[in-house]
Design a protein around this ligand. Structure first.
Ligand code: ADP
Length: 158
């Protein structure tokens, strides 16, 4: 293992990957906190075959672009490849993720380990804001299906 000297510190791009179906204020919190750590963050809207179909990804990218338009140094892009391959394509040296619970931790630790082995890329995991830790995309989708107003879980887009 090598440690780089501080003098030649590179600009760090992080990839924040997820399905973001939908992108919630919990996701936004991780993104904003990530901007204090990294020079540039690409929100990668991925196709997770275990969770849902691919059809709405382009629309989701547009919605997220509106939600982050006042933030500096953020880009939003769809991807259909392995996360580590997309990270290499955009020049990201870090994957950014969030954890809300022990269950999230187990999953994220395995993914981080796999991505390190497969792509040689490190994952930085931020713990959820306790006020936002109960929010998940699946909860928001469920509430929407039952006709609840989900606006308070979503970032403003105007
Ligand atoms: P995936 O489909 O890849 O699991 P998600 O879109 O569900 O992705 O979430 C993307 C990332 O954001 C994951 O690391 C997830 O743990 C994290 N996350 C989701 N909701 C919250 C929240 N309320 N607070 C903090 N992190 C969250």
């Amino acid at each position: 293992m090598t440690v780089k000297s501080l003098e030649d510190k590179p600009k760090v791009t992080a990839l924040f990957p997820g399905s973001f179906n939908p992108f919630t204020i919990g996701h936004l919190d991780i993104l904003v906190r990530g901007l204090n750590l990294f020079d540039r963050i690409v929100v990668g809207v991925g196709y997770n075959s275990q969770k849902e179909g691919e059809e709405n990804i382009a629309g989701r990218v547009e919605t997220i672009k509106k939600a982050v338009m006042n933030l500096p140094r953020v880009e939003v892009k769809p991807y259909h490849t392995l996360t580590v391959d997309f990270a290499a394509e955009i020049g990201a040296s870090v994957i950014l993720r969030g954890i809300r619970s022990v269950a999230d931790f187990e999953y994220e630790r395995n993914m981080a380990e796999a991505n390190k082995k497969i792509g040689g890329i490190e994952t930085v995991i931020l713990t959820a804001d306790p006020q936002l830790a109960y929010i998940s995309s699946s909860l928001v989708r469920e509430l929407e299906n039952f006709g609840y107003d989900i606006g308070k879980f979503l970032p403003p887009t105007d």
